[in-house]
Design a protein around this ligand. Sequence first.
Ligand code: HEM
Length: 496
Amino acid sequence: MSAMMARMMGTSPGISSSPSIASSPPPSSQSSSLPVRTIPGSYGWPLLGPISDRLDYFWFQGPETFFKKRIEKNKSTVFRTNVPPTFPLFLGVNPNVVAVLDVKSFTHLFDMEIVEKANVLVGDFMPSTKFTGDLRVCAYLDTSESKHTQLKNFTIDTLKRSSSIWVPTMVSKLDTMWETIESDISKSGSAAALLPLQQFLFSFLTKCITGADTSTSQEISKSGFTMLDSWIALQVLPTVKVGLFQPLEEIFLHSFAYPFWLVKGGYNKLVEFVEKQGTEAIQRGETQFNLTAKETVHNLLFILGFNAFGGFSIFFNSLLSSLADDKNDGIQEKLRNEVREKIGTDSSKLSFEVVKEMELVQSFVYETLRINPPVPLQYARARKDFKLASHDSLYEIKKGELLCGYQPLVMRDSKVFDNPENFEPGRFTQEKGKELLNYLYWSNGPQTGSPNEANKQCPAKDYVPVTASLFLANMFQRYDSVTISSGSITAVKKAS
Ligand code: HEM
């Protein structure tokens, strides 16, 4: 295990926003002296146990309380439980998992010698491959599959190549986004942030990832992002709490998987668009990574739609909420001062390098990723029997058992983070803060790790925080302050 972690401490390809810090031993490395304990918790009666857990998870408790209550009840951060989806129409899905809810036990999810990741992106339930051209795309492949190596390297290469257009494309699309928001505020007093944000993300990411310009198709430019939204929603609905009126949510959203044909029209239009406009990327997949055109197109769409657009839509929303939170009073002024000191208000000065010098901006981004990891659940299946360590005990895991980590709780482990429940914008500054990057896991690996074909860490591990830093820097070049309330922007004060 420690060898694997040491490998992950190297520098990452392409850009690297990670500071080079002395790699402190990961919490999983000093465990042999711990007492062996039987995993507490149970799966309950057949059918009844899973249904009762499902109702707690989605309805009576919600995911966070669900896991918290079971930590309290079992007096352990490692325990057996069920997670949805379950009976009636998910008969082939096994809801039994071993929850791993502290920093130390969670790290086992990254160790590809002891776990495998085939088809477990959202748990034992896997959405139909009809959503992805009848193919298993990269995120569902295990590292032992040669196709994973081809696709992971293709993705890493795609990101690397896009780095020359990433910043200028982002700035130009952000100009359009802020103009729309300003115009909405002047017309109706406020602008819902999500819509312009998703339009910006869609055009920016489509250009950088597939090379295609959305403005070449009126339909894609106007509705492409909603096609992606509904395509993603149908895949993940059985596993996600939406917050609709109960029991309607249980009956209509969590009892069966919705079929692909409901979103087939939109998805096929996106496929056609990428086939036509993304020819360079497709050729690269074929000639340099030995992929078929079909594999390249559906993987590009999954990376663009599910990974990038889906991930950033959630993450930027929580970034705006962190800026709006009363508890972070005065933070906008501090961020603005740091941005203006480094680059003033000239957007042509924005670059990957310059935002890496903005310590508070970066720390604010990392703290948002800690408090609100955009992908809250991670799964991995035991490749063999092994002993899993928490901070205080060892547990015997049998080959084939499914581990489930709920990151929002893991990232508030008091053994690692001081005042873990508090949002502390400067937490990741200075030497002590940089050391904490070893334990920031939003990307399915430490922020000091290195995504490659031998692991399942997000290939955009560095791009995601640096893009969020660019977003904030651009915003505070443009505005002195932005007033955000319940997902809407109600006022912007232009840079004085
Ligand atoms: C805020 C944005 C993003 C978040 C929160 C995010 C998060 C993650 C997470 C948690 C995983 C691991 C999933 C698992 O195995 O359990 C992952 C994997 C992956 N991500 Fe990201 N990601 C983001 C953006 C991106 C972008 C921009 C790209 C590519 C351009 C990307 C491509 C991928 C791919 C291909 C994988 C699968 C890796 C593998 O199979 O080895 N992601 N991402």
